[in-house]
Design a protein. Sequence first.
Length: 223
Amino acid sequence: MKRGVEVALTIGLFGVSACSGRTEDRLPAPVRAVVELTKTTRADYVVYNWNRIEQTGGPVEEWSAEFHSGTLHRVETPRDRWIADCATGSGTGLSLATGEKVVGSKVALAACGVNTNKSFVASEWRGVVSTAFGPAQRIRLIDAHNVRTYDVMQDGAIVRTTYELVNGSPWSLTYAVAVEHEKPDPAMFDAASLARSYVPDRFKMAPAPKTSAGPAAEARAGG
């Protein structure tokens, strides 16, 4: 997934090496519990997201989606698709741009909940916040390159993520525009399914302007 700044800002899979050990083991208990929830949940859910990335030449906006059922997880963006078994730590990622595939544990570390392919140098549990989909726990994680925040629902679904480079810029905001709790099609977690998208066309379009504030505005508002 060689996408310039997006390597640092989004899930980051192609060209990223997994660190040794479990990075979540070194987190304070309240933060670790939330990270573990995102990785061990057995809930059925689908989260359709909209992403805004602030860049020097202007913001880039795009869709993404997360599908989860039992121990299985699937992520889609316009350029990449990944599937993983979060219990066994196995997975496969496909770059639509190059056809490159990545197979192994780093796929699951990235795709299953909070990305733990990098070690954290600091973290903070920021309490319970209100979201359009109900209350969520907010955590803040810092690694060598990024400052991240995640809003995590009680079933482990992530409905809001922000990334900031440690030097203060650029910002990235990912927020859910729809959350569903029906069981996803089991076929989407098979490697052969990476050849097609399971995201409806209506979620590949920008949401109404009133829900697309962007990370810079949200930062000014104290988000």
